[in-house]
Design a protein around this ligand. Structure first.
Ligand SMILES: Nc1ncnc2c1ncn2[C@@H]1O[C@H](COP(=O)(O)OP(=O)(O)OP(=O)(O)O)[C@@H](O)[C@H]1O
Length: 208
């Protein structure tokens, strides 16, 4: 289980985005986080994946805090893949940093082998995002956090990527947290939607 337990978090000098916020995600769930712009969806993703630490409360995976170093069991996929890779590294080397990437994964993601020798700026956004997903999966995470990962992609690429992610997370028993501004996408992909702004929210004490 991935758990945010009684989290309070405020950006420096700002009011808390959440107070005593809790959320549990099971490995067989795909949970969509929904809220208007600025409510703290991306911040929540960063907390769940260990990029930020809450001022109060904790994030646990199977009852254990996220590790301070080493590979995090919660891997994040970012909205802008070009900011998530080293522009000076060829894609083969970027992938190699994550360890062994099975050929099957590359095939299922539609990654052509000719792309491996390219630099990030020589790939489209959709092609690059496929590499970022492969890299996140290569470290064998327990959970994936996908923050607006397909917003800038065309409809066909979007559908391919989500079809892959649903199948792969089911196959590997990886829990998924996703943020999308598209209610239609969230409804199609998610097994559960959590609204940060609803009065009868799952965590009514979460709003500051
Ligand atoms: N590093 C930061 N320092 C200070 N404030 C920040 C920082 N990052 C985000 N914020 C603020 O925290 C609030 C929540 O931001 P966040 O990006 O988490 O919201 P969001 O719900 O993902 O928004 P959007 O839907 O527009 O992407 C916003 O008011 C934002 O301006």
């Amino acid at each position: 289980m991935l758990e945010a337990c009684n989290i309070t978090y405020a950006h420096p000098g700002a009011a808390p985005l959440y107070r005593g916020f809790s959320l549990s995600v099971a490995p067989d769930e795909r949970v969509a986080i929904s809220a208007p712009s600025g409510f703290g969806k991306t911040t929540l993703c960063r907390l769940l994946a260990g990029y930020e630490r809450p001022q109060k409360g904790e994030v646990l995976v199977d009852g254990e805090p996220l590790p301070k170093r080493g590979v995090c069991p919660v891997q994040m996929i970012w909205q802008h893949p070009e900011t998530a890779v080293d522009p000076r590294m060829r894609m083969a080397n970027t992938l190699a940093e994550a360890g062994e990437v099975p050929d099957r994964l590359l095939d299922d993601l539609g990654i052509r082998r000719t792309w491996l020798s390219r630099y990030p700026h020589e790939l489209s956004g959709g092609e690059l995002q496929r590499f970022c997903i492969a890299r996140a999966l290569a470290v064998r995470p327990r959970y994936l956090v996908a923050d607006e990962i397909s917003t800038m992609l065309d409809a066909v690429t979007q559908a391919q990527i989500w079809r892959f992610l649903v199948a792969e997370t089911e196959r590997q028993g990886i829990g998924l947290v996703l943020v999308s501004h598209s209610p239609a996408l969230a409804e199609r992909v998610a097994t559960r939607v959590v609204r940060l702004d609803a009065e009868e929210a799952t965590f009514p004490s979460s709003l500051s």
